[in-house]
Design a protein around this ligand. Structure first.
Ligand SMILES: Cc1cc2nc3c(=O)[nH]c(=O)nc-3n(C[C@H](O)[C@H](O)[C@H](O)COP(=O)(O)OP(=O)(O)OC[C@H]3O[C@@H](n4cnc5c(N)ncnc54)[C@H](O)[C@@H]3O)c2cc1C
Length: 382
C-alpha cells in the first residue's frame, strides 16, 4: 500500500488550495446570496485544468486518473462547495460524450467544456422518476434524420446556466434497455427552463427543463439506441466517490477553521480547546473524516484499475455527505452564536452539503446497493 501522492498530485493540491482560498472562498457567500452563476470561476477552473479531467486529450482535456480528480474535488470544496459541480458534471459530460459522441459533437462540445466556456448539464431525473431512474417518461421519437423529444426533467444542476444537456429519454420499451442518451443544445426551439429555489448551492442554478417537441439531429444521439442508462450508471459509480470527497473537503476546512477558533476563544478563564466537551467532538470528527477519505481513495484506486467499485462508491455516497453535515453542524455550534450567523460559512456549507444526501442517489438507495453487493441481487426490494 502506498499512501503517498505523486509529485504532480502534490503540486495540483497546492495550486488548488491556494486558488480556493484566494479566488473562491471570498466570493462564495456573494454567489449564495445573489444566486449569481460563477462564470469567471468556471473559466479559472478551466485554466487550472480541473474541468478537463475526463475529457480526452485530443479534445483539450487530460483524461487524468480518478484519484487526482478526487483530490481536486476536495480542494475546490474548501473554497466553494457549489464549484465542485463544475468538476463532476464536466467530468460526466466529458466521459459520456468522449466515449459515445460522433466526431462533430466531440469537437463542438468537449474543448469549450474543458475550458469552462461551455456548460453541459446532465438531465436524467423527472418529476415522476428520481430514485427509480429507469422509469423515465421523457420520449425521443425518430422522425427521419431527427429525433423529436418531449418531456420534463427536474432538479437539474446548472440547468439555468447550461448551454446543452446530456439528456436521457425513452426510445424503446419500458425499463433501462429502452433509454438512449442525447446531446441537446438548450437554445433549440421548444426548450423552456424554470429556476428552482433550493435551500443550498444557489449559484449553480438548478432548474426544471421542459422539452416540447424539440427536434434534435440524429447525429446528437450518444452511442447506440438503448445504451443511455448504462452510460450514465457507469459514470455514477465513480462520480459518487467524487461527490463524497467534495463533501469531506467542506467538512475538513470547517474543522480546521474551528480548531483555530477554539484555541483563540476563551471562556471561564481558559481557551475553549481545553474543555473536553469541545476537543472530543473535534477529535471524533477528524477521525471519521480521515476514515471516510481513505475509503473514498480506495474506491478511486479500484476505479482507476478498472476493478469493481460499486460497493465502495455506494458506501461513501451515503456516509460522507451525512458525516459532512454532522461535522459542519458541530463546527457551527462550537462557534456559538457567531456560527449561526451568515458572517461565518458554516450555515451555507451545511445547506450546500445537505443537497448531496439526495442528489445522485439518496442514502436509502445507496444502502440498497451496498446490501445487494454484500448479499446478492435476491435481497433487492424491487
Ligand atoms: C443537490 C441536488 C442535485 C441534483 N442534480 C441533478 C442533476 O444534475 N441531474 C439530474 O438528473 N438530477 C439531479 N438531481 C435529482 C436527484 O438525482 C434526485 O432528487 C434523486 O435521485 C432522488 O429522486 P427523487 O427526488 O425523485 O426522490 P424519490 O425517488 O421520490 O425518493 C423520495 C424518498 O423515498 C426514498 N426511496 C425511494 N426509493 C426507495 C427504496 N427503494 N428504498 C428505500 N427508500 C427509497 C428516497 O430515499 C427518498 O428518501 C439533484 C438533486 C439534488 C438534491
Amino acid at each position: 500500500m502506498d499512501f503517498q501522492y505523486t509529485a504532480e498530485q502534490d503540486e495540483l493540491v497546492r495550486a488548488l488550495r491556494a486558488f480556493a482560498r484566494k479566488e473562491l472562498a471570498p466570493r462564495s457567500s456573494h454567489w449564495d446570496r445573489t444566486g449569481e452563476f460563477p462564470h469567471d470561476a468556471w473559466r479559472q477552473m478551466g485554466e487550472l485544468g480541473v474541468l478537463g479531467l475526463r475529457v480526452p486529450p485530443a479534445y483539450g482535456g487530460t483524461e487524468g486518473d480518478l484519484l487526482t480528480m478526487g483530490l481536486a474535488m476536495e480542494e475546490i470544496a474548501r473554497g466553494d462547495f457549489s464549484c465542485t459541480y463544475g468538476i463532476q458534471l464536466a467530468g460526466l459530460a466529458g466521459e459520456i460524450i468522449g466515449k459515445n459522441g460522433e466526431e462533430a459533437i466531440k469537437q463542438r462540445w468537449l474543448p469549450p467544456t474543458a475550458r469552462g466556456e461551455a456548460i453541459v448539464a446532465l438531465a436524467l431525473t423527472e418529476p415522476g422518476a428520481g430514485s427509480d431512474a429507469a422509469n423515465l417518461a421523457c420520449r425521443a421519437v425518430r422522425d427521419g434524420d431527427h429525433y423529436v423529444i418531449s418531456g420534463e426533467k427536474s432538479g437539474i444542476s446548472l440547468g439555468m446556466a447550461a448551454h446543452a444537456a446530456v439528456l436521457f429519454a425513452r426510445t424503446g420499451a419500458g425499463g433501462a434497455r429502452g433509454i438512449s442518451a442525447f446531446l441537446v443544445p438548450l437554445d433549440l426551439p421548444g426548450v423552456t427552463r424554470s429556476p428552482l429555489r433550493d435551500m443550498g448551492s444557489r449559484s449553480i442554478a438548478r432548474a426544471v427543463l421542459s422539452f416540447d417537441g424539440v427536434r434534435v439531429p440524429a447525429s446528437h444521439r450518444l452511442g447506440k439506441e438503448g445504451s443511455g442508462f448504462y452510460q450514465v450508471m457507469q459514470g455514477f459509480d465513480y462520480n459518487r466517490i467524487l461527490i463524497a470527497l467534495g463533501c469531506l473537503g467542506a467538512a475538513q476546512v470547517s474543522l480546521e477553521e474551528t480548531m483555530t477558533y477554539v484555541k483563540e476563544r476563551k471562556a471561564f478563564g481558559r481557551m475553549l480547546a481545553q474543555f473536553e466537551g469541545v476537543s472530543f467532538p473535534i477529535a471524533e470528527a477528524a477521525t471519521q473524516i480521515d476514515a471516510a477519505r481513505l475509503l473514498c481513495h480506495r474506491g478511486l484506486w479500484l476505479a482507476d484499475r478498472g476493478l469493481p467499485h460499486t460497493k465502495e462508491s455506494a458506501m461513501v455516497k451515503w456516509w460522507a455527505p451525512k458525516l459532512a453535515v454532522d461535522v459542519i453542524h458541530q463546527c457551527l455550534l462550537l462557534h456559538g452564536h457567531y456560527g449561526y450567523t451568515d458572517e461565518f460559512p458554516f450555515e451555507q456549507r451545511m445547506r450546500d452539503v445537505i443537497g448531496l444526501e439526495i442528489g445522485d442517489g439518496t442514502a436509502e438507495v445507496m444502502k440498497v446497493i451496498v446490501a445487494r453487493e454484500l448479499m446478492g441481487r435476491e435481497t433487492r426490494p424491487y
